[in-house]
Unconditional design. Structure first.
Length: 71
């Protein structure tokens, strides 16, 4: 049976292990940030749909200026 990724990383020199771990942490942080931005973008649309009784296709947000949503 083949080796797991953790086993392969353990075989690398300590410097490489540290670089791999730091890069993994960077990528995880970037992905969490993307997920948060995606969620933040969806929330105003959902609120508008709920308040105005609109369907999902009817709500398009063009952007925000001075904390006001442009629809």
């Amino acid at each position: 049976m083949g080796k797991s990724l953790k086993e392969k990383i353990k075989e690398q020199p300590i410097e490489s292990q540290i670089k791999i771990e730091s890069r993994a942490q960077e990528l995880i942080a970037q992905e969490l940030n993307r997920q948060k931005l995606r969620l933040d973008k969806q929330q105003p649309k959902a609120r508008l749909r709920k308040v105005k009784g609109l369907k999902q296709r009817e709500v398009v947000i063009f952007g925000k200026i001075n904390h006001r949503t442009l629809i």
